[in-house]
Design a protein around this ligand. Structure first.
Ligand SMILES: [Zn+2]
Length: 65
């Protein structure tokens, strides 16, 4: 797997998530202290965010073409 090529869009997408995901959807807490983690399986990337206040889990999926 060509990591040097695939990492860039993945990190860009995570940056965008961190900019646009301002609040927890469950408790409304600002999520500045949290961070998204990414796990890949094949072409699918799943980003996962755990709210530091209420531990609600938010996920986004990205498919790499
Ligand atoms: Zn929360």
């Amino acid at each position: 797997m060509a990591l040097s090529q695939s990492r860039y869009p993945l990190e860009r997408y995570r940056d965008r998530l961190e900019r646009t995901h301002q609040r927890c959807g469950a408790c409304g807490a600002k999520d500045r202290d949290g961070s998204w983690t990414a796990e890949t399986s094949g072409r699918r990337v799943r980003y996962r965010f755990v709210c530091p206040s209420c531990e609600a889990v938010d996920t986004r999926e990205l498919f790499i073409s």
